[in-house]
Design a protein around this ligand. Sequence first.
Ligand code: UGA
Length: 433
Amino acid sequence: MRISVTGCGYLGAVHAAAMAQLGHDVIGIDVDVHKIDRLAAGEPPFFEPGLPELLTESIASGRLRFTTDPAAAAAATAHFIAVGTPQASDGNAADLRYVDAAVDALLPAIGPGHVVVGKSTVPVGTAARLAERIQSTGARLVWNPEFLREGYAVRDTVEPDRLVYGMEAADEASVAVLDEVYAHAIGLGTPRMITDFATAELVKVAANAFLATKISFINAMAEIAEVVGADVTQLADAIGHDPRIGRRFLNAGVGFGGGCLPKDIRAFTARAEELGRGEAVAFLKEVDNINLRRRRRVVDLAMAELGGSAVGRKVAVLGVTFKPHSDDVRDSPALDVAVALKGLGAEVVATDPKGIANARARHPQLEYAEAVEEALRGADLVILVTEWPEYTAIDPVAARGLVAGATIIDGRNALDRDDWVAAGWRYRGMGRS
Ligand code: UGA
Protein backbone atom coordinates (compact mmCIF):
# COMPACT_ATOMS: atom_id res chain seq x y z
CA MET A 1 0.00 0.00 0.00
CA ARG A 2 1.19 3.51 -0.75
CA ILE A 3 0.80 5.60 2.37
CA SER A 4 1.25 9.25 3.30
CA VAL A 5 1.52 10.32 6.94
CA THR A 6 0.98 14.01 7.67
CA GLY A 7 2.48 15.04 11.02
CA CYS A 8 5.78 13.42 12.01
CA GLY A 9 5.76 13.80 15.78
CA TYR A 10 5.63 11.08 18.44
CA LEU A 11 2.67 9.47 16.68
CA GLY A 12 3.27 10.06 12.98
CA ALA A 13 7.01 9.37 12.80
CA VAL A 14 6.56 6.00 14.50
CA HIS A 15 3.53 5.17 12.37
CA ALA A 16 5.38 6.05 9.16
CA ALA A 17 8.48 4.03 10.04
CA ALA A 18 6.50 1.04 11.31
CA MET A 19 4.28 0.93 8.22
CA ALA A 20 7.37 1.03 5.98
CA GLN A 21 8.93 -1.80 7.92
CA LEU A 22 5.78 -3.84 7.42
CA GLY A 23 6.32 -3.53 3.66
CA HIS A 24 4.33 -0.44 2.71
CA ASP A 25 5.68 2.45 0.67
CA VAL A 26 5.51 5.50 2.94
CA ILE A 27 6.01 9.25 2.62
CA GLY A 28 6.13 11.22 5.87
CA ILE A 29 5.10 14.89 5.60
CA ASP A 30 5.59 17.70 8.09
CA VAL A 31 5.80 21.50 7.94
CA ASP A 32 8.86 21.50 10.22
CA VAL A 33 11.95 21.47 7.93
CA HIS A 34 14.33 20.70 10.79
CA LYS A 35 12.28 17.67 11.85
CA ILE A 36 12.04 16.38 8.28
CA ASP A 37 15.79 16.81 7.70
CA ARG A 38 16.59 14.83 10.81
CA LEU A 39 14.09 12.07 10.06
CA ALA A 40 15.36 11.80 6.49
CA ALA A 41 18.86 11.33 7.93
CA GLY A 42 17.52 8.49 10.08
CA GLU A 43 17.72 10.49 13.32
CA PRO A 44 14.49 10.71 15.32
CA PRO A 45 13.96 14.28 16.59
CA PHE A 46 12.77 12.78 19.90
CA PHE A 47 13.60 9.74 22.01
CA GLU A 48 11.54 6.61 21.46
CA PRO A 49 13.01 3.16 22.11
CA GLY A 50 13.42 1.13 18.91
CA LEU A 51 12.67 4.05 16.59
CA PRO A 52 16.27 4.76 15.46
CA GLU A 53 16.70 1.18 14.24
CA LEU A 54 13.27 1.16 12.61
CA LEU A 55 13.98 4.43 10.80
CA THR A 56 17.40 3.35 9.59
CA GLU A 57 16.12 0.03 8.27
CA SER A 58 13.05 1.52 6.61
CA ILE A 59 14.97 4.34 4.94
CA ALA A 60 17.62 1.89 3.72
CA SER A 61 14.91 -0.33 2.23
CA GLY A 62 13.80 2.62 0.07
CA ARG A 63 10.25 2.35 1.38
CA LEU A 64 10.35 5.39 3.69
CA ARG A 65 10.89 8.99 2.65
CA PHE A 66 10.24 12.35 4.28
CA THR A 67 9.30 15.71 2.79
CA THR A 68 7.78 19.08 3.63
CA ASP A 69 5.88 19.09 0.31
CA PRO A 70 2.23 18.06 0.77
CA ALA A 71 1.94 17.47 -3.00
CA ALA A 72 4.04 14.33 -2.49
CA ALA A 73 0.95 12.71 -0.96
CA ALA A 74 -0.57 12.43 -4.43
CA ALA A 75 1.27 9.16 -5.03
CA ALA A 76 -0.37 7.52 -2.00
CA THR A 77 -3.77 5.87 -1.56
CA ALA A 78 -4.09 5.92 2.24
CA HIS A 79 -3.41 9.31 3.86
CA PHE A 80 -2.91 9.28 7.61
CA ILE A 81 -3.44 12.46 9.64
CA ALA A 82 -1.23 12.29 12.72
CA VAL A 83 -0.83 15.93 13.72
CA GLY A 84 -1.17 17.19 17.29
CA THR A 85 -4.34 18.52 18.90
CA PRO A 86 -2.94 20.44 21.87
CA GLN A 87 -4.98 22.27 24.47
CA ALA A 88 -6.07 25.68 23.14
CA SER A 89 -4.24 28.61 24.68
CA ASP A 90 -7.52 30.28 25.71
CA GLY A 91 -9.32 27.40 27.42
CA ASN A 92 -9.76 23.65 27.81
CA ALA A 93 -10.87 22.77 24.28
CA ALA A 94 -8.58 21.06 21.76
CA ASP A 95 -6.87 23.29 19.22
CA LEU A 96 -7.80 21.81 15.84
CA ARG A 97 -5.85 24.19 13.64
CA TYR A 98 -3.21 21.58 12.73
CA VAL A 99 -5.82 18.98 11.78
CA ASP A 100 -7.65 21.49 9.63
CA ALA A 101 -4.41 22.63 8.00
CA ALA A 102 -3.37 19.02 7.32
CA VAL A 103 -6.66 18.22 5.62
CA ASP A 104 -6.55 21.45 3.58
CA ALA A 105 -3.01 20.65 2.45
CA LEU A 106 -4.10 17.18 1.33
CA LEU A 107 -7.07 18.37 -0.73
CA PRO A 108 -5.16 18.91 -4.01
CA ALA A 109 -3.50 15.49 -3.66
CA ILE A 110 -6.54 13.28 -3.06
CA GLY A 111 -9.25 11.89 -5.29
CA PRO A 112 -11.62 8.96 -5.83
CA GLY A 113 -10.26 5.71 -4.40
CA HIS A 114 -8.15 7.56 -1.82
CA VAL A 115 -8.80 7.14 1.89
CA VAL A 116 -7.97 9.87 4.42
CA VAL A 117 -7.38 8.20 7.78
CA GLY A 118 -7.69 10.35 10.90
CA LYS A 119 -5.48 9.26 13.79
CA SER A 120 -5.24 12.50 15.78
CA THR A 121 -7.29 12.67 18.98
CA VAL A 122 -10.21 14.98 18.19
CA PRO A 123 -13.44 16.18 19.83
CA VAL A 124 -16.44 14.11 18.81
CA GLY A 125 -18.03 15.65 15.70
CA THR A 126 -14.74 16.58 14.03
CA ALA A 127 -14.71 13.64 11.59
CA ALA A 128 -18.19 14.47 10.26
CA ARG A 129 -17.08 18.05 9.64
CA LEU A 130 -13.87 16.94 7.89
CA ALA A 131 -15.76 14.40 5.76
CA GLU A 132 -17.81 17.26 4.33
CA ARG A 133 -14.63 19.14 3.58
CA ILE A 134 -13.10 16.34 1.50
CA GLN A 135 -16.36 15.18 -0.08
CA SER A 136 -15.88 17.08 -3.35
CA THR A 137 -12.56 15.30 -4.00
CA GLY A 138 -14.25 11.87 -4.08
CA ALA A 139 -11.89 10.57 -1.36
CA ARG A 140 -13.34 8.87 1.74
CA LEU A 141 -12.62 9.52 5.41
CA VAL A 142 -12.09 6.86 8.09
CA TRP A 143 -11.50 7.72 11.77
CA ASN A 144 -8.92 5.31 13.11
CA PRO A 145 -7.90 6.32 16.66
CA GLU A 146 -4.44 5.54 17.93
CA PHE A 147 -3.75 4.02 21.34
CA LEU A 148 0.04 3.92 21.41
CA ARG A 149 1.94 4.76 24.57
CA GLU A 150 5.16 6.75 24.42
CA GLY A 151 8.04 4.52 25.36
CA TYR A 152 6.28 1.51 23.77
CA ALA A 153 5.16 3.24 20.60
CA VAL A 154 6.85 0.88 18.15
CA ARG A 155 5.34 -2.24 19.69
CA ASP A 156 1.93 -0.61 20.12
CA THR A 157 1.93 0.41 16.45
CA VAL A 158 3.02 -2.95 15.06
CA GLU A 159 0.93 -5.01 17.48
CA PRO A 160 -2.00 -2.83 18.62
CA ASP A 161 -4.57 -4.06 21.19
CA ARG A 162 -7.39 -3.29 18.81
CA LEU A 163 -8.20 -1.53 15.55
CA VAL A 164 -11.17 0.81 15.23
CA TYR A 165 -12.41 2.03 11.84
CA GLY A 166 -14.95 4.81 12.22
CA MET A 167 -16.98 5.47 9.06
CA GLU A 168 -19.82 7.62 7.87
CA ALA A 169 -21.57 4.75 6.06
CA ALA A 170 -20.77 1.18 5.06
CA ASP A 171 -17.78 1.46 2.77
CA GLU A 172 -16.17 -1.83 1.82
CA ALA A 173 -13.54 -0.21 -0.38
CA SER A 174 -12.14 1.86 2.51
CA VAL A 175 -12.25 -1.15 4.84
CA ALA A 176 -10.25 -3.11 2.26
CA VAL A 177 -7.62 -0.36 2.06
CA LEU A 178 -7.21 -0.25 5.85
CA ASP A 179 -7.21 -4.04 6.11
CA GLU A 180 -4.31 -4.09 3.70
CA VAL A 181 -2.46 -1.42 5.70
CA TYR A 182 -3.02 -3.40 8.90
CA ALA A 183 -2.65 -6.89 7.39
CA HIS A 184 0.13 -7.74 9.86
CA ALA A 185 -1.92 -6.88 12.96
CA ILE A 186 -5.06 -8.50 11.55
CA GLY A 187 -3.03 -11.63 10.84
CA LEU A 188 -2.06 -11.70 14.52
CA GLY A 189 -5.75 -11.81 15.43
CA THR A 190 -6.04 -8.18 16.55
CA PRO A 191 -9.72 -7.36 17.19
CA ARG A 192 -11.04 -4.99 14.53
CA MET A 193 -14.21 -2.98 15.04
CA ILE A 194 -16.13 -0.97 12.48
CA THR A 195 -18.10 1.89 13.99
CA ASP A 196 -19.60 5.22 13.03
CA PHE A 197 -17.48 8.38 13.24
CA ALA A 198 -18.76 9.53 16.62
CA THR A 199 -18.15 6.16 18.29
CA ALA A 200 -14.60 5.96 16.94
CA GLU A 201 -13.82 9.48 18.18
CA LEU A 202 -15.35 8.71 21.58
CA VAL A 203 -13.50 5.39 21.93
CA LYS A 204 -10.23 7.29 22.07
CA VAL A 205 -11.24 9.97 24.55
CA ALA A 206 -13.17 7.47 26.66
CA ALA A 207 -10.11 5.21 26.89
CA ASN A 208 -7.88 8.08 28.04
CA ALA A 209 -10.58 9.39 30.41
CA PHE A 210 -10.85 5.93 31.96
CA LEU A 211 -7.09 5.61 32.41
CA ALA A 212 -6.87 9.09 33.94
CA THR A 213 -9.76 8.26 36.27
CA LYS A 214 -8.10 5.04 37.37
CA ILE A 215 -4.90 6.89 38.27
CA SER A 216 -6.77 9.66 40.09
CA PHE A 217 -8.87 7.08 41.92
CA ILE A 218 -5.81 5.50 43.47
CA ASN A 219 -4.33 8.93 44.15
CA ALA A 220 -7.56 9.88 45.96
CA MET A 221 -7.09 6.73 48.07
CA ALA A 222 -3.52 7.92 48.70
CA GLU A 223 -4.89 11.18 50.12
CA ILE A 224 -7.04 9.23 52.57
CA ALA A 225 -4.23 6.79 53.35
CA GLU A 226 -1.99 9.73 54.23
CA VAL A 227 -4.45 10.87 56.88
CA VAL A 228 -5.09 7.49 58.49
CA GLY A 229 -1.60 6.02 58.15
CA ALA A 230 -2.57 3.32 55.66
CA ASP A 231 -0.39 2.14 52.75
CA VAL A 232 -1.81 2.84 49.29
CA THR A 233 0.57 0.44 47.50
CA GLN A 234 -0.71 -2.48 49.57
CA LEU A 235 -4.24 -1.25 49.02
CA ALA A 236 -3.63 -1.17 45.22
CA ASP A 237 -2.14 -4.68 45.33
CA ALA A 238 -5.11 -5.98 47.28
CA ILE A 239 -7.87 -4.43 45.15
CA GLY A 240 -5.85 -5.14 41.99
CA HIS A 241 -6.14 -8.88 42.62
CA ASP A 242 -9.79 -8.54 41.69
CA PRO A 243 -9.66 -9.06 37.91
CA ARG A 244 -12.62 -6.71 37.53
CA ILE A 245 -10.38 -3.94 38.89
CA GLY A 246 -6.89 -5.05 37.76
CA ARG A 247 -3.56 -3.82 39.13
CA ARG A 248 -2.35 -1.93 36.03
CA PHE A 249 -2.59 1.89 36.11
CA LEU A 250 -3.15 1.79 39.87
CA ASN A 251 0.22 3.27 40.82
CA ALA A 252 -0.28 6.19 43.17
CA GLY A 253 2.30 8.95 43.08
CA VAL A 254 2.80 12.40 41.64
CA GLY A 255 0.08 11.72 39.07
CA PHE A 256 -0.31 11.68 35.32
CA GLY A 257 1.14 14.12 32.82
CA GLY A 258 2.23 14.12 29.20
CA GLY A 259 0.78 15.37 25.95
CA CYS A 260 -2.34 13.20 26.12
CA LEU A 261 -4.20 12.37 29.34
CA PRO A 262 -4.31 15.89 30.86
CA LYS A 263 -5.37 17.72 27.71
CA ASP A 264 -7.69 14.93 26.56
CA ILE A 265 -9.80 14.96 29.73
CA ARG A 266 -10.01 18.76 29.54
CA ALA A 267 -10.97 18.70 25.86
CA PHE A 268 -13.59 16.01 26.57
CA THR A 269 -15.09 18.14 29.33
CA ALA A 270 -15.16 21.20 27.06
CA ARG A 271 -16.82 19.23 24.24
CA ALA A 272 -19.41 17.67 26.56
CA GLU A 273 -20.28 21.17 27.80
CA GLU A 274 -20.68 22.38 24.21
CA LEU A 275 -23.03 19.47 23.63
CA GLY A 276 -25.09 20.42 26.69
CA ARG A 277 -24.00 17.30 28.58
CA GLY A 278 -21.28 18.75 30.79
CA GLU A 279 -22.73 16.99 33.84
CA ALA A 280 -22.04 13.57 32.28
CA VAL A 281 -18.29 14.07 32.58
CA ALA A 282 -18.19 16.64 35.38
CA PHE A 283 -16.24 14.04 37.39
CA LEU A 284 -13.31 14.53 35.01
CA LYS A 285 -12.76 17.97 36.55
CA GLU A 286 -12.32 16.21 39.88
CA VAL A 287 -9.99 13.70 38.22
CA ASP A 288 -7.91 16.67 37.02
CA ASN A 289 -8.04 18.36 40.46
CA ILE A 290 -6.94 15.21 42.30
CA ASN A 291 -4.13 14.82 39.81
CA LEU A 292 -2.86 18.38 40.18
CA ARG A 293 -3.10 18.11 43.99
CA ARG A 294 -0.51 15.32 43.91
CA ARG A 295 2.10 17.68 42.48
CA ARG A 296 1.37 20.11 45.30
CA ARG A 297 1.55 17.26 47.80
CA VAL A 298 5.14 16.51 46.75
CA VAL A 299 6.07 20.17 47.07
CA ASP A 300 4.38 20.39 50.50
CA LEU A 301 6.18 17.24 51.65
CA ALA A 302 9.47 18.71 50.44
CA MET A 303 8.85 21.96 52.30
CA ALA A 304 8.00 20.07 55.47
CA GLU A 305 11.15 17.97 55.16
CA LEU A 306 13.20 21.15 54.66
CA GLY A 307 11.78 22.54 57.88
CA GLY A 308 9.49 25.10 56.24
CA SER A 309 12.01 27.02 54.12
CA ALA A 310 13.67 25.96 50.88
CA VAL A 311 15.83 29.07 50.55
CA GLY A 312 19.39 28.13 49.74
CA ARG A 313 18.76 24.40 50.23
CA LYS A 314 19.94 22.01 47.53
CA VAL A 315 17.20 19.71 46.23
CA ALA A 316 18.06 16.90 43.81
CA VAL A 317 15.15 16.13 41.49
CA LEU A 318 15.44 12.73 39.81
CA GLY A 319 13.53 12.83 36.54
CA VAL A 320 12.01 15.61 34.46
CA THR A 321 10.03 13.65 31.86
CA PHE A 322 6.35 12.79 32.38
CA LYS A 323 7.25 9.12 32.52
CA PRO A 324 10.29 6.89 31.93
CA HIS A 325 11.45 5.78 28.45
CA SER A 326 10.49 9.11 26.92
CA ASP A 327 12.11 12.54 26.52
CA ASP A 328 8.70 14.23 26.62
CA VAL A 329 8.30 16.93 29.24
CA ARG A 330 4.87 18.17 28.18
CA ASP A 331 2.74 18.74 31.30
CA SER A 332 5.31 16.80 33.28
CA PRO A 333 4.53 16.47 37.00
CA ALA A 334 8.26 16.10 37.65
CA LEU A 335 9.12 19.37 35.99
CA ASP A 336 6.25 21.17 37.77
CA VAL A 337 7.62 20.02 41.11
CA ALA A 338 11.13 21.17 40.20
CA VAL A 339 9.89 24.58 39.03
CA ALA A 340 7.72 25.07 42.14
CA LEU A 341 10.62 24.33 44.48
CA LYS A 342 12.90 26.64 42.54
CA GLY A 343 10.23 29.32 42.92
CA LEU A 344 10.28 28.73 46.68
CA GLY A 345 13.98 29.50 46.77
CA ALA A 346 15.53 26.01 46.58
CA GLU A 347 18.70 25.33 44.61
CA VAL A 348 17.13 22.70 42.41
CA VAL A 349 19.41 20.39 40.44
CA ALA A 350 17.39 18.18 38.12
CA THR A 351 18.63 15.17 36.24
CA ASP A 352 17.11 12.85 33.65
CA PRO A 353 18.49 10.21 31.27
CA LYS A 354 16.76 11.68 28.19
CA GLY A 355 14.73 14.76 29.04
CA ILE A 356 17.26 17.44 29.96
CA ALA A 357 17.37 19.19 26.57
CA ASN A 358 13.58 19.52 26.39
CA ALA A 359 13.35 20.58 30.03
CA ARG A 360 16.08 23.18 29.62
CA ALA A 361 14.33 24.66 26.58
CA ARG A 362 11.20 25.22 28.68
CA HIS A 363 12.79 26.04 32.02
CA PRO A 364 16.29 27.44 31.55
CA GLN A 365 16.15 28.82 35.12
CA LEU A 366 16.67 25.32 36.54
CA GLU A 367 20.08 23.76 36.98
CA TYR A 368 20.55 20.42 35.24
CA ALA A 369 23.08 17.67 35.89
CA GLU A 370 23.76 14.91 33.34
CA ALA A 371 25.01 12.50 36.00
CA VAL A 372 22.82 11.43 38.88
CA GLU A 373 25.84 11.56 41.24
CA GLU A 374 26.27 15.23 40.41
CA ALA A 375 22.65 15.94 41.28
CA LEU A 376 22.93 14.00 44.56
CA ARG A 377 26.22 15.50 45.70
CA GLY A 378 25.59 17.78 48.67
CA ALA A 379 21.79 17.63 48.35
CA ASP A 380 19.74 18.39 51.44
CA LEU A 381 16.76 16.51 49.99
CA VAL A 382 16.28 14.04 47.12
CA ILE A 383 12.99 13.70 45.23
CA LEU A 384 12.33 10.89 42.77
CA VAL A 385 9.60 12.05 40.40
CA THR A 386 10.08 9.89 37.29
CA GLU A 387 10.69 6.19 37.88
CA TRP A 388 13.48 5.63 35.35
CA PRO A 389 15.14 2.22 35.91
CA GLU A 390 18.40 4.14 36.41
CA TYR A 391 16.88 5.73 39.53
CA THR A 392 15.06 2.75 40.97
CA ALA A 393 18.40 0.90 40.71
CA ILE A 394 20.34 3.54 42.71
CA ASP A 395 22.27 1.94 45.57
CA PRO A 396 20.97 3.73 48.69
CA VAL A 397 24.23 3.06 50.55
CA ALA A 398 26.36 4.70 47.87
CA ALA A 399 23.87 7.55 47.50
CA ARG A 400 23.97 8.16 51.25
CA GLY A 401 27.68 8.90 50.91
CA LEU A 402 27.00 11.71 48.40
CA VAL A 403 24.18 13.73 49.98
CA ALA A 404 24.23 16.27 52.78
CA GLY A 405 20.83 15.22 54.10
CA ALA A 406 19.61 11.62 53.72
CA THR A 407 15.91 12.23 53.10
CA ILE A 408 14.20 10.90 49.99
CA ILE A 409 10.70 11.62 48.75
CA ASP A 410 9.62 8.77 46.50
CA GLY A 411 7.09 10.54 44.30
CA ARG A 412 6.33 7.33 42.39
CA ASN A 413 6.44 4.74 45.19
CA ALA A 414 9.01 3.04 43.01
CA LEU A 415 11.84 2.44 45.46
CA ASP A 416 12.31 -0.41 47.91
CA ARG A 417 11.48 1.42 51.12
CA ASP A 418 13.12 -1.16 53.39
CA ASP A 419 16.43 -0.94 51.52
CA TRP A 420 16.52 2.83 51.75
CA VAL A 421 15.57 2.88 55.41
CA ALA A 422 18.17 0.19 56.15
CA ALA A 423 20.79 2.38 54.46
CA GLY A 424 19.96 5.17 56.89
CA TRP A 425 17.58 7.24 54.80
CA ARG A 426 14.43 8.95 55.94
CA TYR A 427 11.91 7.71 53.35
CA ARG A 428 8.68 9.52 52.44
CA GLY A 429 6.36 7.81 49.95
CA MET A 430 3.07 8.90 48.46
CA GLY A 431 0.06 7.62 50.40
CA ARG A 432 2.29 5.52 52.61
CA SER A 433 2.80 5.87 56.32
C1 UGA B 1 -1.60 7.59 26.91
C2 UGA B 1 -2.41 6.30 26.80
O1 UGA B 1 -1.94 5.34 27.76
C3 UGA B 1 -2.30 5.71 25.39
O2 UGA B 1 -3.11 4.55 25.27
C4 UGA B 1 -2.75 6.78 24.38
O3 UGA B 1 -2.63 6.32 23.05
C5 UGA B 1 -1.89 8.02 24.55
O4 UGA B 1 -2.02 8.50 25.90
C6 UGA B 1 -2.37 9.05 23.57
O5 UGA B 1 -3.50 9.55 23.74
O6 UGA B 1 -1.69 9.30 22.59
P1 UGA B 1 1.00 8.13 27.25
O7 UGA B 1 0.59 9.56 27.35
O8 UGA B 1 2.17 7.74 26.40
O9 UGA B 1 -0.23 7.23 26.72
O10 UGA B 1 1.36 7.66 28.72
P2 UGA B 1 0.76 6.65 29.81
O11 UGA B 1 1.57 5.43 29.83
O12 UGA B 1 -0.69 6.51 29.67
O13 UGA B 1 1.08 7.48 31.15
C7 UGA B 1 0.44 8.73 31.38
C8 UGA B 1 0.84 9.29 32.72
O14 UGA B 1 0.22 8.54 33.76
C9 UGA B 1 2.34 9.26 33.03
O15 UGA B 1 2.69 10.52 33.60
C10 UGA B 1 2.48 8.15 34.03
O16 UGA B 1 3.56 8.34 34.92
C11 UGA B 1 1.16 8.26 34.78
N1 UGA B 1 0.74 7.00 35.47
C12 UGA B 1 0.52 5.87 34.75
C13 UGA B 1 0.55 7.01 36.84
O17 UGA B 1 0.72 8.05 37.52
N2 UGA B 1 0.15 5.85 37.46
C14 UGA B 1 -0.07 4.71 36.78
O18 UGA B 1 -0.44 3.70 37.41
C15 UGA B 1 0.14 4.71 35.40
